[in-house]
Design a protein around this ligand. Structure first.
Ligand SMILES: [Zn+2]
Ligand SMILES: [Zn+2]
Length: 273
């Protein structure tokens, strides 16, 4: 059975997709088809190329990042939260025996949105774990599996110290992960690219499409921020390894206000926080 992987987004398809097809994730206006044409690979081909390596790095006690070098696909960072359960947050395409041994054991995995589906079913099958995706994004699953659990509503307790919050925006089912025990109990929010940490690390942003620079409506950003108002977290780790190191909940609130003001035509000098 051949499961093709799109080289632009790194997402794996089911066995019915052929090399003549175009990636459904990349034809959506939030992504883009490679200007040189659609290209496909497979996990066995990536492994046998010997080009790639996925590195697991401890960021702080209980939190590790997973990054593939050289960059493959979108180049996102996945995270391993080792609290009351060992949870893989988001996914990356490159998985080989070395990574499997480094990661060790996993209890479950959860995804922020379709751009990071990567080889999620390979991971779920390898570690024999469930894979949590919000039901609002069901149509974007390119490789169905019995391992996938479609959850509904706006909140799911994945473990005693981990809660998924569906905040929408970038995708209907866009989800962030709250780890209450992270940052020595002050709380960490893992945001994928549902909330991105920007160049000024005291601020974040929210987009419908990052590669095509399409913003979100003001009402949507207000809703996203209001869901997080009552969630306690001091730090944010996003999908590109950017971190808000302190006071991250306030950073989300002030960044949402600034974004909404900008969309409404009020851009002014602000004090740097
Ligand atoms: Zn693609
Ligand atoms: Zn995305």
């Amino acid at each position: 059975m051949t499961y093709l992987i799109c080289t632009t987004c790194g997402v794996q398809m089911d066995e019915n997709v052929t090399r003549d097809d175009i990636c459904p994730i990349c034809t959506d206006e939030r992504q883009y088809v490679n200007p040189n044409g659609q290209s496909w690979t497979t996990l066995p081909d990536l492994i046998s190329s010997g080009m790639y390596q996925t590195t697991v790095t401890e960021e702080q006690p209980g939190l590790s990042s997973l990054v593939t070098t050289p960059k493959f696909g979108i180049g996102q960072t996945a995270y391993l939260v080792a609290g009351t359960k060992r949870i893989l947050w988001d996914c990356i395409t490159y998985l080989d025996q070395t990574v499997i041994e480094e990661v060790g054991q996993l209890d479950t995995m959860a995804l922020s949105h379709p751009h990071y589906y990567a080889t999620q079913v390979e991971w779920a099958e390898t570690f024999e774990i469930p894979l949590y995706i919000h039901e609002a994004d069901k149509e974007w699953v390119t490789r169905p599996s019995e391992r996938i659990v479609f959850w509904s509503g706006d909140r799911l307790e994945l473990a005693d110290d981990v809660v998924l919050h569906r905040i929408g925006g970038h995708f209907d089912g866009a989800t962030v992960l709250e780890w209450t025990a992270g940052d020595e109990g002050r709380g960490i929010l893992l945001t994928g690219d549902i909330i991105r940490v920007v160049a000024d690390r005291a601020w974040v942003s929210f987009m419908y499409s990052y590669p095509n620079l399409i913003p979100l409506p003001a009402t949507t950003v207000a809703e996203m921020a209001s869901v997080l108002e009552d969630v306690r977290f001091n730090q944010i780790y996003d999908a590109f390894h950017k971190i808000v190191v302190t006071d991250a909940n306030a950073a989300v609130a002030r960044s949402a206000s600034r974004y909404i003001e900008a969309l409404n035509g009020h851009v002014k000098e602000r004090e740097r926080r």
